[in-house]
Design a protein around this ligand. Structure first.
Ligand code: SAM
Length: 262
């Protein structure tokens, strides 16, 4: 079958790796699983074996046809020719797991959309580009730590599970992949008074990665009538770079700024 590069169609070829991913996902007996982009179905058979219901979202009509031929006789299989970027995940019910070897061109927007439904999601086991996973799990003070790390870790517990080399795909992508588990948090790990301010502060702090906080936050400080002294009062040296701040420090800073709302 001709693969559509524009749809991120790099198919996993090793059934052993597919089985490992499904084992890592820890499918709940009788539970609902959403699989995004089942493609030719290398994960799908094992997921169907373990779950109570599988909602499969595949955008490519040709692949949907193939998947239908292979799995339609299984009453657990619920296939939708759908764009995962626009699917209304509340249709999957109030409790479900997500498993996917994500199409890399749309991985981040799909993840952002899924996070909007986090109250219903038990966990997500996702294969992504290794570089993206490096950023999702990065800790303060490391090269890969940025706003993506902060926002993801604010919303989810993250755990890197396994590495998958590009040679295990057809066609091989340009980059290696990693599998990650994301468990949406029932409550934020740090108290944030105003989410918008928190998001503004984090984004601004990383705007120029090499700049000091006092420079990156200049415009926000002006807006909030907040001084460098204010940053110091938060116990943070304004000469530090955003990439060294923990989630707690971002929360403290944004709460102090918020308390100054004009
Ligand atoms: N699950 C298969 C595997 O592991 O080999 C295929 C994974 S392949 C990386 C990504 C799959 O997502 C392809 O089948 C592609 O057609 C599908 N896809 C791409 N964009 C999509 C979208 N927006 N919504 C749903 N499926 C999409």
């Amino acid at each position: 079958m001709k693969k559509k590069r524009a749809l991120g169609q790099n198919f996993l070829t090793d059934p052993g790796i597919a089985e490992d991913i499904v084992q890592h996902a820890g499918i709940e007996e009788g539970g609902t699983v959403v699989e995004i982009g089942p493609g030719p179905g290398i994960l799908t058979g094992s997921l169907l074996r373990d779950c109570g219901k599988l909602i499969a979202l595949e955008i490519d009509p040709k692949l949907c046809h193939l998947l239908g031929k292979q799995f339609a006789s299984n009453p657990k299989f619920d296939l939708h020719q759908q764009d995962a970027l626009v699917y209304d995940y509340s249709r999957a019910g109030s409790r479900f797991q997500v498993v996917s070897n994500l199409p890399y061109y749309a991985a981040m927007p799909i993840l952002k959309r899924l996070i909007q439904y986090q109250a219903a999601i038990v966990n997500m086991t996702l294969m992504l580009q290794r570089e993206v996973v490096d950023r999702l799990v990065a800790v303060p003070g490391t090269r890969d730590y940025g706003s993506l790390s902060v926002f993801t870790q604010f919303n989810c517990e993250v755990e890197r599970l396994m590495e998958v080399g590009k040679q295990h795909f057809n066609p091989p992508p340009k980059v290696d992949s990693s599998v990650i588990r994301l468990v949406p948090r029932s409550a934020p790990p740090v108290a944030v008074d105003d989410l918008k301010t928190f998001y503004h502060v984090v984004n601004a702090a990383f705007f120029h990665k090499r700049k000091m906080l006092k420079n990156n936050l200049k415009a926000l400080c002006k807006y909030f009538d907040f001084t460098w002294q204010g940053i110091e009062d938060a116990g943070i040296d304004p000469a530090r770079r955003g990439e060294t701040l923990s989630l707690e420090e971002f929360a403290t800073l944004s709460n102090l700024m918020e308390s100054k709302t004009p």
